[in-house]
Design a protein around this ligand. Structure first.
Ligand SMILES: Nc1ncnc2c1ncn2[C@@H]1O[C@H](COP(=O)(O)OP(=O)(O)OP(=O)(O)O)[C@@H](O)[C@H]1O
Ligand SMILES: [Mg+2]
Length: 511
């Protein structure tokens, strides 16, 4: 008998429905066709054991399984359950009249229990689009799939439940999530709050500006100054994610199988890869492409702690995606694109030994060592960082002060207001949404200075020996400072503040 079951394959962050036809005939043999990879070819061993341990079997007949579309490569072990149910139905071991209304996926253990799959969210999105009634999948992935409304999602633990559902009409427990409620609930409780950071008012101000204009930022300071602590709190002051953004980000995390318990990710992600990371792990890739850290940071923050320690080549591959806000990976037969719109926060010690110009410091580096250390980060990547700020450790009396600082939720209100002004400003553009993204033409248009401010900037550039690349960045950051005050014009005050945030352009640093 011929039976059809449905599974799904994920490419990039989109799913394609896979039709699995199972035909059973007289004879003997087990043939799987339609570009399955090795993991799928091995599935018959897992399926045989799982069925046997639950009182069913793969009968000694000629079984042909065709997975289509045939030109699409199918990978992984997530089709075990699809195939197993198909085999049971086509050999009439179970009744399955409504099989075609469901999408069925899951990896089987030998006892018939289910292992989680990757990409449950994009699969669910596609299943609803194509009018499936329900999606049967491992319990671990149920919440993530249930974000999709108007699709019955059944998280199961064992193949036996699926068998009884189709064969005996036994009910499965439906996973229901009120997506909007879930989303709104988690917005106001950031995991890391600026209220925990003592002192550091200047740096907090700086991070508020960075968040308000979407400016990439580098924190320079000795060990223990609080750089990591500060960076971790940046997502909490960025404007709340929209539901659309939350879905986009969750999809990417779903593809790598890393959605946490709550299902929908309502908080902006914070990713902090170690400096030994490979190119592929950072930007994505592999023979079966997977998104990298820059895409897992989508709509959030990518923190590169100890920036000069990263291999130069790794930083190079990040340049294009930083510009394009997405990364495209090409293979002989297909191309996938992952979004990667993130804010970059980097940190570095002022010297390889950790200290700079500090007479009490334990290690001092020679000027040549310093130069080598800094040269690793100079150039194109640094060109994309608008704000440089030095972080000095807070003195003990401030650390021991138990008054709380301003909360992230309050800072975020100001950031959100400044962002609203920018949204309005750039509403005609579909590429530019906030100040950091402005091109030269837009900088000229929106950061016009009066004569006095122009003179001030000129003098400062000369006196502090600021490089030419600093010029546009200062103007962009000034625009953001003005937006935080809801000031239509950029004034001298805004300019003078922005000038302070270019430490690395000054003499003695990168020159
Ligand atoms: N302003 C502060 N308020 C409260 N705690 C602080 C502050 N600064 C530092 N700390 C404490 O010091 C610890 C070390 O800070 P953190 O790890 O952020 O420093 P760092 O600059 O990243 O150092 P490293 O260069 O060693 O990575 C923090 O976990 C925190 O407990
Ligand atoms: Mg640190």
């Amino acid at each position: 008998m011929l039976k059809k079951v449905f599974g799904s394959a994920v490419f990039g962050v989109e799913a394609t429905t896979i039709t699995v036809e199972v035909n059973v005939d007289k004879g003997i043999g087990y043939h799987l066709v339609g570009l399955p990879d090795n993991a799928i070819k091995e599935s018959n061993y897992r399926i045989a054991a799982a069925l046997q341990n639950n009182g069913y079997r793969i009968p000694g007949k000629k079984i042909i399984i065709n997975m289509s579309p045939a030109d699409l490569r199918k990978e992984g072990s997530a089709y075990d359950l699809t195939l197993a149910i198909g085999i049971l139905a086509s050999t009439s071991q179970i009744k399955a009249d409504n099989l075609e209304q469901y999408l069925i996926m899951g990896e089987l253990s030998l006892d018939g229990s289910l292992q989680p799959i990757k990409g449950a969210l994009p699969i669910a999105v596609k299943a609803r689009e194509e009018g499936f009634k329900g999606f049967i999948l491992p319990k671990q992935n149920a919440k993530e799939a249930a974000i999709v409304n108007d699709l019955e999602v059944y998280g199961i633990e064992n193949i036996k439940q699926v068998i009884n559902f189709f064969d005996k009409g036994e009910a499965l427990e439906q996973t229901i999530i009120d997506t909007r409620k879930e989303f709104e609930k988690s917005l106001d409780f950031p995991e890391f709050d600026f209220a925990d950071v003592k002192g550091q008012e200047g740096i907090k101000r700086c991070m508020e500006i960075a968040a308000a204009g979407g400016h990439n930022i580098i924190l320079i300071g000795p060990p223990g100054a609080g750089k990591t602590m500060l960076a971790k709190r940046l997502p909490s002051i960025l404007p709340p994610m929209t539901l659309h953004e939350a879905l986009e980000t969750t999809k990417i995390h779903s593809v790598v199988g890393r959605v946490k318990d709550s299902g929908l990710m309502a908080q902006r992600p914070f990713r902090s890869p170690h400096h030994t990371i490979s190119n592929v792990a950072l930007v994505g890739g592999g023979s079966y492409p997977q998104p990298g850290e820059i895409s897992l940071s989508h709509n959030g923050v990518l923190f590169l702690d100890e920036l000069p320690e990263f291999k130069r080549e790794v930083l190079e591959v990040m340049r294009q995606p930083l510009e394009d806000r997405e990364v495209t990976i090409s293979r002989a037969k297909f191309t996938v694109t992952y979004p990667s719109s993130f804010m970059l926060v980097a940190s570095m010690n002022p010297s390889p030994g950790g200290y700079f110009n500090d007479p009490d410091a334990p290690v001092t580096s020679s000027p040549a060592e310093m130069q080598r250390y800094l040269s690793k980060i100079s150039g194109p990547l640094l060109d994309r960082i608008d704000i440089h700020i030095e972080v000095t450790p807070v003195p003990f009396d401030k650390l021991s002060d138990d008054r709380k600082g301003e909360s992230s939720v309050d800072i975020r209100k100001r950031v959100t207001r400044a962002r609203a002004i920018q949204t309005q400003r750039f509403k005609a553009s579909d590429k530019v949404h906030y100040n950091a993204q402005m091109n030269t033409k837009q900088i000229r248009k929106y950061c016009g200075l009066d004569e006095a401010s122009k003179q001030l900037l000129k003098t400062a550039m000369e006196r502090l020996n600021l490089s030419a690349r600093a010029y546009d960045r200062i103007l962009k950051v000034s625009r953001t400072i003005a937006d935080l005050e809801a000031s239509e014009t950029v004034t001298g005050t805004h300019i003078s503040e922005a000038i302070q945030y270019r430490s690395l352009d000054r003499d003695g640093w990168l020159g």
